[in-house]
Design a protein around this ligand. Structure first.
Ligand SMILES: Cc1cc2nc3c(=O)[nH]c(=O)nc-3n(C[C@H](O)[C@H](O)[C@H](O)COP(=O)(O)OP(=O)(O)OC[C@H]3O[C@@H](n4cnc5c(N)ncnc54)[C@H](O)[C@@H]3O)c2cc1C
Length: 596
């Protein structure tokens, strides 16, 4: 389908060359041609189309930030028509041996307000290959490999050899973008890969036909007659246990993607090295799913060892950039792959805009690389210690509350309000807010991991949805629809940070009461609570035994929001023990912390 071949390519010089036409490269080509129609864009992929539907690649579930990105490059109508409108993320932590209706279900009960999509990657990339040529005027070469890249320095142009097997051709460009996915040609050449401190592996396959999780327990009325029962299949469903989770993602081609993710420790790559081992792992940990999958034809199998990494830098004043998995990858839980494509592609567009405007590229490249590295490492912290939490229903529920609140309040707003375009002091002000979110998030992850490993529990068939309106969590989600100026956005993030401080304090108090006197010291030590820069309200601790109206009156808006969402926690620890062990954090007046 490509308009050009190596033979018919009319020019050897381009403004921008993108190596790799996966999701990152294709969307970047579209974004750049739309933002800067005067620039010539060549995009080259080694694979010839048409690409297979269903079995092409992972990266099938998108969330709010990545979906917004796809919409901003004019794909909303296309996605609605050709892919699946997603019914949010849904988690079933712990209890793999139980019938599904006896597990805890965490997920939306209603259609999410801010849309996201389930993507069939083969179908999407086939369509994007056509669209970027026909609608956007990019030049696309398929079945052609990019080799021998010579990066120019200073004002020099970059050179690369294109090879189709039968023919070779040299091209040059002002900008060179590496979008070669895990081949990561530039990252490897320039030795830019950095560890992320997170070791996890995955094995995945697609099965023919739809796997509807509601049909797993056809005889339980509470399960099958829930208002959202008929929509569950459109969610990204996660069946979870200690150190692992299994995804079930529907594809618009009518098939289903199944994948197992294992954290090391406790599980090694060996568990997902082959299809047989991945299936054996599912049989051992998720026997109900295994039985159901036995009735399906398996279409393919892929695996990836130790998928997470960070990078030293992703943008250079010498006019090259790394996007998509050619840059960094965090973790697939919460489906943030497309989010990071949105960040890296938009940072690249910002660099090219600055280049056209004659601005100082050194500073921009440094700032954007730093922002990206912080976003990757802050995001990785969410997963690094999460292994025990995946098997602990109520700790996972708390994690989902916090992770959603912080995701919607900081990275989503940072991207959606285009704060990456800020520079100098304004960018520093935003970064300071981001740093505190990361710090708070680390506290939450440590407290929950320690609770989950010290005091395991089995699920009781229950539903943990989003709180009903009005709620600070729902507000954070709805506010994604707002358009704010940079100053308004900073103001908003700071006001959300005040709420975030209180949410984390409330999580600390709830978990302190959960663990019980005998485990309090171990929990404090394992979660490193002594090092936390956090304030806990004395009044909140005093209100723990209250019930009914007296309790509702005593709790703050945030404390009530968590209680309405998570239910009342167990008061296993005595007030005296909590006060004594957490004395260094307890204050009479919580006040508001202000990050300037
Ligand atoms: C286990 C797992 C699960 C995931 N699940 C999700 C999810 O649910 N949601 C989500 O958003 N993300 C998910 N991701 C991440 C997602 O897969 C990536 O974000 C996305 O696929 C990256 O796209 P890309 O364009 O960077 O790379 P790719 O899609 O791999 O594209 C790279 C392209 O470069 C081409 N190429 C390579 N070398 C050359 C060369 N030398 N010359 C020319 N062409 C070349 C290849 O043919 C390929 O088409 C997941 C990742 C993993 C590991």
């Amino acid at each position: 389908m490509s308009q050009h071949s190596l033979e018919t390519l009319s020019s050897s010089s381009f403004d921008i060359v993108i190596a790799g036409g996966g999701l990152a490269g294709l969307t970047l080509a579209r974004q750049l041609r739309r933002a800067h129609p005067s620039l010539s864009v060549l995009i080259v992929d080694r694979e010839k189309g048409p690409l297979p539907e269903a079995t092409h690649k992972v990266g099938e579930s998108s969330v709010e930030l990545g979906s917004r990105y796809l919409e901003t490059i004019g794909l909303r109508d296309y996605l609605v028509k050709n892919h699946i409108f997603k019914f949010g993320l849904r988690f079933f932590p712990g209890g793999g041996e139980l019938p599904i209706h006896e597990r805890m279900e965490i997920g939306p009960a209603q259609e999410p307000i801010v849309p996201s999509y389930q993507l069939d990657r083969g179908r999407f990339e086939n369509d994007l290959r056509r669209m970027i040529v026909e609608e956007d005027g990019a030049v696309f070469l398929e079945g052609v490999k990019v080799e021998n890249i010579e990066l120019g320095t200073g004002g020099e142009r970059h050179r690369a050899l294109l090879s189709s097997g039968e023919m070779e051709r040299e091209i040059d460009a002002r900008w060179f973008i590496d979008a070669t996915g895990r081949s990561a040609v530039l990252r490897r050449d320039l030795k830019l890969t950095r560890g992320s401190g997170h070791t996890a592996h995955s094995g995945w396959f697609r099965v023919k036909g739809r796997v509807d999780i509601t049909a797993f327990s056809p005889n339980d009325k509470r399960w099958t007659e829930a208002a959202w029962a008929e929509h569950r299949w459109r969610s990204t469903n996660h069946l979870m246990g200690n150190g692992y989770w299994v995804w079930i993602i529907p594809l618009s081609s009518g098939n289903t993607s199944i994948g197992a993710v294992v954290h090391e420790p406790p599980h090694s790559f060996d568990k997902v090295r082959t299809l047989e081992r991945t299936r054996a792992f599912i049989q051992e940990h998720e026997p109900r799913l295994y039985e159901i999958l036995e009735g399906y034809e398996v279409l393919d199998f892929r695996t990836v060892k130790s998928y997470a990494n960070n990078i030293a830098r992703g943008w250079s004043a010498d006019r090259w950039a790394l996007v998509g998995e050619a840059g960094a990858f965090v973790d697939p839980l919460y489906s943030p792959g497309t989010d990071f494509i949105a960040f890296a592609n938009s940072f690249t567009e910002e660099m090219i805009r600055a280049d056209l405007a004659g601005e100082d590229l050194e500073v921009r490249a440094r700032e954007l690389s730093m922002q990206y590295r912080s976003l990757v490492s802050g995001s990785t912290d969410i997963y690094r210690r999460a292994a025990p939490v995946y098997g602990h229903p109520r700790a996972m529920h708390m994690k989902v509350y916090w992770d959603n609140f912080s995701y919607w309040s900081y990275p989503c707003q940072f991207y959606m309000q285009e704060l990456y375009r800020l520079t100098g002091e304004k960018l520093t002000a935003v970064s300071l807010v981001g740093q505190r979110y990361v710090e708070l998030s680390n506290y939450v992850q440590k407290m929950l991991a320690a609770w989950a490993s010290l005091k395991q529990e089995r699920p009781k068939g229950s539903f943990g949805g989003m709180p009903h309106f009005p709620s600070v969590l729902i507000d954070a989600h709805m506010n994604l629809r707002n358009e704010l100026s940079p100053d308004e956005a900073l103001e908003y993030m700071r006001s959300q940070l005040v709420l975030a401080e209180e949410i984390v304090s409330e999580i600390a108090i709830r978990v302190a009461f959960e663990v019980g006197d005998a485990l309090l010291d171990a929990w404090i030590e394992q979660s490193e609570l002594k090092t936390f820069n956090l304030r806990l309200s004395s009044a909140r601790i005093a209100s723990e035994p209250l019930r009914g109206l007296a309790r509702r009156r005593a709790l703050s808006e945030i404390e009530r929001d968590l209680e309405r969402t998570l239910g009342r926690g167990e008061s296993n620890s005595s007030e005296g023990a909590v006060r004594e062990r957490l004395a260094h954090l307890i204050v009479d007046d919580l006040g508001a912390r202000v990050v300037q």
